[in-house]
Design a protein around this ligand. Structure first.
Ligand code: HXC
Length: 513
């Protein structure tokens, strides 16, 4: 018996060493933690239980039978984060560069299936040279097995992906199908084809970092939702993100204990300029309304004419979508529509109520937008709001013009509560543009066209540049003073806590992708 126990202990010990000390040193020299260090920083102390530590690959080609590493380059298991159960896999770059063999994939698939059955979030810490080259199609099959489970788990349990090293080729599609991706700056990259192939095909010369580093994907492509300065920061952000999400689609997100006070806000009125064209930072408005320091902004540097992110309001987890007048006057364009639509659907999957702050001049005009499909892409946001069944509340802080009024969670597309500040303007367009069109003949015939335009503009503004027409039709439920909005919102979300809304039965809708 003793001998057998010793064999087991030796194997477990070997599994803990990964690819050996030299390779661990190399990993550290790049500024990266090892897979095991990452897991221990992620999970509550002593909570991690490993599954499959003794798995080894089955490959016999290219002398692989002589290179056996217990665990086969990926650590899989479960444990708790702040007391909540999660499944996790962490690819171990010290073993064959974290490359994915058939058995490596089987280990990941196993915990994906367990997480789905148990209704528990799945976290992937990716650091891999891609398909294990020595295994050929077995490895490609392994990837597809993972992709399939990503899709099956989508909308059932939260899936979070951290990119903490290379992630190239088809491997990028697993993180892309999870709910969130976070990339570590300078040490991670994602691309379908790397710099060498790019050079051969398009003759462009570019580094891995410039092609698919955290900066490129957080500003240009929008592929990553968050970036982190290093491995520690990355894991902290993962934990924070998870805190806003429930365990699965059947549950509500955690509520932080909160005692309702007076809840009046100072200084919010002053933040919003009277003139409809003057920019202001919607982030400051958000931070006035929500619980202090609770805003976790998502895709901060991509399509920054719209803001999205999680926050707490009276201790409750909420998702925020807000036009940002500081950037492109808060207009809706292709990227902003895609960004917000995806976020709305993610919140809706996981029962996170939505707060929508509206200050939108309309859709961005131009050939670039039309030819890049602002019609289809704008429709994504309209569709996403319309089908969302979570509690949905809008506040029009200043203006809501044209089709964008409809799209931005209007009453007409199923919002539960619609509020407006007294300064809000709800109209087909701004007073000047509207007057130029509908009073064209009068202005032309007038002795002083400029003066007449101004008069007409004033007339139009008096009629429409306020929230009262909309309120008189019930499209706005209440016109609220800015200082009262936090109180109002806390109460409204509490009121909507048990909202039940079921859309018509169907196989699935056909969102304009
Ligand atoms: C087997 C691999 C490997 C791989 C790396 N290694 N990638 N072994 N299969 N895919 C091994 C290396 O041989 C080396 O072993 C160790 O991992 C560390 O690699 P280094 O090259 O020394 O590290 P580094 O200099 O940091 O470079 C990392 C790297 C590079 C950029 C990832 O290793 C690389 O280019 N690897 C190949 C990437 C690739 O082409 N993968 C296939 C992509 S196609 P030793 O023993 O020396 O330590 C793909 C398709 C997926 O993935 C399709 C899904 C549908």
């Amino acid at each position: 018996m003793k001998e057998k126990i010793n064999t087991l202990l030796a194997k477990l010990e070997a599994s803990k060493l990964g690819g050996g000390e030299e390779r661990i040193k190399k990993q550290h020299a790049k500024g990266k933690l090892t897979a095991r260090e990452r897991i221990s920083f992620l999970m509550d102390e002593a909570s991690f239980e490993e599954i499959g530590a003794l798995v080894t690959h089955r490959s016999k080609d290219f002398g692989m039978e002589k290179q056996i590493f217990e665990g086969d380059g990926v650590i899989t298991g479960y444990g708790t984060i702040e007391g909540r159960l999660v499944y996790v896999f962490a690819q171990d770059f010290t073993v064959f560069g974290g490359s994915l063999s058939e058995t490596h994939a089987e280990k990941i698939v196993k915990i994906m299936e367990l997480s789905l059955k148990a209704g528990v979030p799945l976290i992937g810490l990716n650091d891999s040279g891609g398909a294990r080259i020595q295994e050929g199609v077995n490895s490609l099959g392994g990837y597809a097995d993972i992709f399939y489970r990503n899709v099956m788990a989508s909308g059932v349990v939260p899936q979070l992906s951290a990119i903490m090293g290379p992630c190239a080729g088809g491997a990028v599609y697993s993180p892309a199908m999870t709910d969130f991706t976070i990339m570590v700056e300078q040490t991670s990259y994602m691309f379908v084809t790397g710099p060498n192939v790019v050079k051969t095909v398009t003759n462009e010369e570019i580094s891995s970092e410039d092609l698919g580093g955290a900066s490129a994907h957080s500003t240009k492509s929008g592929v990553t939702h968050l970036t982190a300065a290093n491995d520690y920061d990355c894991i902290q952000k993962l934990k924070r993100l998870l805190s806003y999400l429930p365990q699965n689609c059947e549950e509500l997100p955690n509520k932080v204990p909160y005692e309702l006070g007076e809840e009046y806000i100072d200084g919010l009125e002053e933040l919003i300029p009277a003139s409809a064209n003057q920019p202001y930072d919607m982030r400051s408005v958000i931070n006035k309304i929500i619980d202090p320091n609770s805003f976790l902004e998502i895709q901060e540097n991509f399509a920054d004419n719209i803001l999205i992110g999680y926050a707490r309001l009276g201790g409750r987890s909420i998702g925020i979508v807000a036009n940002q007048p500081m950037s492109l006057a808060g207009v809706l364009d292709v990227n902003a529509s895609k960004k917000a639509a995806r976020f709305v659907r993610t919140c809706d999957c996981f029962n996170v109520p939505l707060l929508v702050l509206v200050d939108v001049p309309g859709f961005l005009p131009g050939t670039d937008q039309e030819w890049n499909g602002i019609i289809t892409n704008g429709a994504k946001l309209l569709y996403a709001f319309s089908e969302a069944t979570v509690p949905r509340i809008s506040v029009i802080t200043r203006k809501a013009y044209g089709g964008a009024y409809d799209v931005m969670n209007s009453k007409h597309i199923g919002a539960d509560m619609n509020y407006a500040f007294p300064t809000a303007e709800i109209a087909v367009m701004g007073a000047k543009g509207a007057s130029e069109i509908i009073f064209k003949n009068e202005i032309r015939a007038s002795e002083n066209p400029e003066e007449t335009l101004k008069e007409k503009e004033k007339e139009y503004a008096e009629k429409f540049a306020n929230p009262y027409r909309a309120a008189s039709r019930g499209f706005i439920d209440e016109v609220v003073l800015p200082k009262e909005i936090r109180r109002k919102l806390i109460k409204s979300f509490a009121l909507l806590e048990n909202k039940k809304h079921v859309n018509p039965k169907k196989k699935h809708g056909n969102i304009p992708l």
